[in-house]
Design a protein around this ligand. Structure first.
Ligand SMILES: [Zn+2]
Length: 82
């Protein structure tokens, strides 16, 4: 499977952080400013958000570039090397 082709989870899927594995890459795009970022499960580990869906987490997240809240578009990909 080629990276970037088909997401394993899309922003409409009710996937929780607990369901993600370390080799899942969350690619986030800010709809407000277009900033792209790659996040991993470990990024959220300290927030005690394991039972939250990724959708909820992203809705509450703020863009680190422009500060827009809830503007993140995201998809989860499986990294190639695993
Ligand atoms: Zn932004």
């Amino acid at each position: 499977m080629r990276k970037g082709k088909t997401p394993e989870f899309k922003s409409t899927d009710p996937v929780t952080l607990a369901e993600l594995r370390d080799w899942h890459e969350i690619r986030v795009t800010c709809r407000a400013c277009g900033r792209e970022a790659s996040l991993f499960k470990s990024h959220f580990a300290k927030r005690g958000a394991a039972d939250m869906t990724l959708r909820e987490v992203m809705t509450r997240s703020r863009c680190s570039s422009c500060g827009a809240k809830g503007e993140a578009d995201w998809a989860v990909f499986r990294m190639n090397r695993y």
